[in-house]
Design a protein around this ligand. Sequence first.
Ligand SMILES: [Zn+2]
Length: 87
Amino acid sequence: MNFKNYMEDVVMEVYQEFIERNPQYCSCDRCRADAMVIALKQLRGLYAVSQEGEIFTRVSRDDRQIRTDAMVMIVEAAKRVAQQPNH
Ligand SMILES: [Zn+2]
């Protein structure tokens, strides 16, 4: 498992949790994909993840922190998508 894939998994899981708690946001495939792309980009920027997906071991112990950050990014991304949905 590398960090890049790990980030994608975290964003997917946290997004699912978010959308279940916030049904007012559209969860169609298009909005889901758009929100996850935005959130993932922000999250990677925050952790400066390399293309190779390294540094996983360095931050893996902060799983809870990464999920907290991911939720913040997802809330922002969902709001942005909701303002200008592509569906
Ligand atoms: Zn939608």
